[in-house]
Design a binder for this molecule. Structure first.
Ligand SMILES: *[C@@H]1O[C@H](CO)[C@@H](O)[C@H](O)[C@H]1NC(C)=O
Length: 874
């Protein structure tokens, strides 16, 4: 949701930029299209279909246009002719994209039939398409139409005096991953603020039971960061035995807030609060809060409804003297509603110029390098002045100049006219926008897709990777390279400070997006990615991506035909709408029906040949699926976990030749192993609540599988991990029959496992021996809520790549292996919830602290259980 402090300033600030922004994704579209047209596979296919010459012509004309696009994007299109021209290009590109995509589908279909069909008539029939002659004619006609339009536009380009710039010079210099980049110790210029807030929190309230302190200030000032600094301070730990942290954001629904708070408090009985009634939640929370002094942080509050706040407050206030609530908010009104005394409000100011500069230097230069570039430093000072003391602005602009040494480039940032648009001195957008502009073109569409992300949620790399893959946003690999790795792109975005709280676990990463970053993405993506909150047909006429925020689907006759992705609201059950969508939007690539209530899907879904991703997460009303789903030869991910009523899986799974990710819940007694083993591209596999599985992967091999998730498989006893030698990520949750050996007696040689999470495994008493085979690969090991595990084996220190060890809520583990100091790569040991370990190794005071003093020992309590669980459910 767009919520700036001064809403009135939005149209004023945004208007001059609007057109420029809308077109700034064009160059990357051109790049991506040309990359495809030039690929060998494509050339071959176009020859086979007899349209080679036409497509060649398309490529050549498009190259002419691409040549001037960078310059056109740079120009402030004051001239309406130029912006009109760009809009035309956008439309042609969009149509060309559809054609190219169609072609790819057809070529893949041919390939499938040729490879698998020769031996089986059934396969041939299964994949039969329309008459090939008709298809060829139709395509040729479309291509010619596009060529005519392109030729006209190419001719017109001469009218605008545009320069040919062929190379995107915004190459990326990726910063090395350093933890200092994200840790609170990296915060500059907030020590005084921190002490002031601590003072407020420790102030004697003369018998008052619950008081509220607020940190107020505009977006990008670092309120959350500051609150975290305070929250983690030892003085606060000593003073408040119970500390809880929740992100409130726009959702002030009492029930949801209560669940969040409970999830962030210790939960020894592992209750699932989502199933509780509001009444039960209240009682539970009051019991938790009683008898101990607590600190509750409510981060990012927007609620201005006093009644709602009073209702919550009444529940939280259990009469413990000295308990506090710390609120962060952009709004003075919110702060005023939440407490009666204005002296409890802390107005967070901007960073001083000196501190801003230190921060900038930290982000823009390699350590100490600023000394070598006094000239740049001088320009930097002037840039910093324009950032108005907002840490987020300083960081992103600094990052975007990281390791760039061309003075001209620095000057162009300093002199950029975007700064002048800052009529309202409080708005952060110019700095972020400037940094966005400096992204290389292939990162721009990826960034724009963040507009679909909800605020204040943890986002997982795998999910983003699947989305980018499905939407075709990943840049084509350069000659000689294999696939582009989305993780690398995320890393680039992180190194430019667009991602916050980024954590890399090896094989999986997670991060958050600052509200203002999402706002920028929403803004960039306007017209293309749309979140529908109300029915305004104009706003989505040309949209490619629609997300519904609430359960009010629009009139189906308004669905844009060119739709590429759609996300349904929770609880959606309008069948007419779904039928229309499936028959009308032929280019659909992503169909997200998570948490909806359909009992089945239309059969004609098998005709959506462009569909890459079909997600039906937690559809508890779904009883059947049409087998025609297995005709979707482009389908890359099929998500069926939590479909507990589904009677059987669709027939013919083995035909999903592009499938990379499969997650299922089934009541069937066995896993369709043969079918799964024959999927040639499968990388991610998840079984959820498959209660009748006793063993997996008997007599099959899964060479391509990189990630396996097993959750709530109550009968599962054996998993021969030998069968999945190339596995990189393994996560096992709540499989109570799975014993420590997991049915294997010996180690797996040369395993590639990087990340292992073992959670809620009651039969686990020690670590499985086979893990020893991961000595040269395992980077992160997480063992949590395993109540019977009583030791970490002596061989643990042979895992010499281990960087991160988490032993969370394992009460019987009393010590770490004696030779733990042999793991020289180890950076962090988190023992949250394992109090014996904390006592024993606690920095400075624990009796065995000296054994691990080279490692950062963590004991967190604010991190909500919820977030941890999301690691798996993503
Ligand atoms: C889906 O199931 C829930 C719970 O069983 C039920 O309340 C709801 O009415 C169902 N929805 C539809 C559309 O049938």
């Amino acid at each position: 949701m767009i919520q700036l402090q001064t809403p009135l300033s939005i149209p004023f600030l945004f208007l001059p930029l609007l057109k420029l922004m809308a077109e700034s994704l064009l160059f990357s579209s051109a790049e991506s299209l040309l990359g495809k047209l030039a690929s060998d596979a494509f050339q071959e296919a176009s020859l086979a279909f007899g349209v080679h010459r036409d497509l060649q012509q398309m490529k050549e004309t498009m190259e002419l246009i691409r040549g001037v696009l960078l310059d056109a994007e740079k120009k402030n299109p004051q001239s309406s002719a130029l912006s009109e021209w760009l809009i035309q290009i956008k439309h042609v590109f969009s149509d060309a994209e559809d054609i190219v995509d169609d072609f790819e589908c057809e070529a893949l279909r041919k390939h499938v039939v040729n490879t698998y069909g020769s031996c089986s008539r059934k396969v041939r029939r299964f994949f039969s398409s329309s008459n090939p002659v008709v298809y060829r004619l139709r395509m040729a006609h479309h291509i010619q139409d596009i060529n005519t339009r392109l030729a006209k536009l190419a001719y017109q380009r001469n009218m605008f005096g545009l320069q040919v710039i062929d190379q995107d010079t915004r190459v990326v210099h990726v910063r090395e991953m350093t933890h200092s980049h994200v840790t609170p110790s990296n915060v500059i210029g907030r020590e005084h603020d921190k002490q002031e807030i601590i003072k407020l929190l420790l102030k004697d309230d003369h018998g008052q039971s619950l008081s509220v302190i607020s940190i107020v200030g505009m977006g990008g000032l670092g309120k959350t960061t500051l609150a975290k600094l305070v929250f983690n301070d030892p003085i606060i730990h000593a003073c408040f035995p119970l500390r809880m942290w929740i992100c409130v954001s726009n959702d002030f629904e009492l029930r949801n807030v209560l669940i969040k708070i409970l999830n962030s408090a210790p939960n020894p009985n592992r209750e699932n609060f989502n199933n509780f009634e509001t009444e039960q939640l209240q009682i539970h929370l009051r019991n938790t809060l009683e008898g101990q002094k607590s600190l509750l942080v409510l981060d990012d509050v927007w609620n201005e409804d006093r009644a709602r706040w009073d209702e919550l407050r009444e529940i939280i206030d259990v009469g413990v003297e000295g308990s506090k609530i710390l609120v962060t908010t952009r709004s003075h009104k919110v702060a005023a509603i939440m407490h009666t005394k204005s002296s409890n409000s802390y107005l967070l100011g901007c960073l001083s110029e000196k501190d801003s500069l230190s921060l900038f230097v930290k982000y823009a230069f390699e350590d100490g390098d600023e000394m070598k570039h006094p000239q740049l430093l001088k320009i930097g000072e002037e840039i910093v002045k324009k950032c108005g003391g907002l840490p987020l602005a300083v960081k992103t602009v600094g990052s975007s100049l990281f390791s760039r040494v061309d003075e001209k480039e620095w000057e162009s940032v300093r002199d950029n006219e975007i700064w002048n648009l800052k009529e309202n001195e409080k708005d952060i957008l110019p700095a972020l926008k400037l940094s966005y502009d400096k992204l290389p073109s292939y990162l721009k569409p990826c960034f724009a897709s963040f507009s679909l992300c909800p605020e204040d949620t943890v986002i997982f790399g795998t999910g983003v990777r699947m989305l980018w893959g499905a939407l075709g946003l990943l840049p084509p690999p350069k000659a000689g390279e294999s696939m582009i790795d989305a993780t690398q792109l995320l890393h680039e975005l992180w190194s430019r400070s667009f991602l916050s709280e980024y954590e890399d676990h090896g094989g999986e990463c997670r991060f958050k997006l600052h509200d203002l970053v999402i706002e920028l993405a929403v803004y960039i993506a306007k017209g293309k990615f749309e979140i529908i909150k109300n029915h305004n047909p104009k706003s989505y006429k040309n949209a490619h991506h629609l997300t519904f925020a609430a359960n009010n689907l629009l009139d189906q006759t308004l669905l844009p035909r060119s739709l590429r992705s759609i996300t349904f609201p929770r609880g959606a059950n309008n069948e007419v709408f779904l039928n229309t969508l499936v028959s009308r939007c032929k280019f659909l690539r992503v169909l997200n029906l998570d948490f909806s209530e359909y009992a089945s899907l239309p059969r004609c879904i098998g005709k959506l040949k462009h569909l890459r991703s079909l997600s039906l997460l937690e559809n508890e009303n779904l009883t059947e699926l049409p087998d025609s789903i297995c005709k979707l030869q482009n389908l890359q991910s099929l998500i069926l976990n939590g479909c507990i009523k589904l009677q059987k899986l669709p027939k013919g799974l083995a035909n999903l030749v592009s499938l990379r990710c499969l997650c299922i819940t089934t009541i069937e007694p066995g896993c369709p192993e043969k079918e799964i083993a024959s999927l040639p591209s499968l990388e991610l596999l998840g079984f959820y609540q498959c209660d009748n599985f006793e063993s997996l992967f008997k007599g099959i091999l899964l060479h391509t599988l990189k990630r396996l998730t097993l959750i709530d498989c109550k009968s599962l006893k054996t998993v021969p991990f030998h069968a999945i030698k190339n596995l990189e990520v393994l996560m096992i949750f709540n499989c109570n029959k799975l014993e420590s050996s997991m049915g294997l007696s010996n180690e797996i040689l040369d395993s590639r496992l990087k990340l292992l999470i073992l959670s809620d495994l009651a039969s686990l008493v020690t670590l499985p021996r086979w893990l020893q085979g991961s000595a040269n690969s395992l980077q992160s090991l997480v063992i949590q809520h395993c109540i019977n595990i009583y030791e970490l084996p002596d061989w643990l220190p042979t895992l010499n790549c281990l960087k991160q060890l988490e032993v969370l809520y394992c009460p019987k583990v009393l010590s770490l292996p004696d030779n733990i100091h042999h793991v020289t790569n180890l950076k962090v040991i988190d023992v949250t919830g394992s109090s014996e370990l904390w006592k024993r190794y606690r920095p400075e005071v624990g009796e065995d602290w000296h054994k691990i003093s080279h490692v950062n020992l963590v004991w967190q309590d604010y991190q909500s259980e919820n977030e941890k669980e999301l690691t798996v459910k993503s």
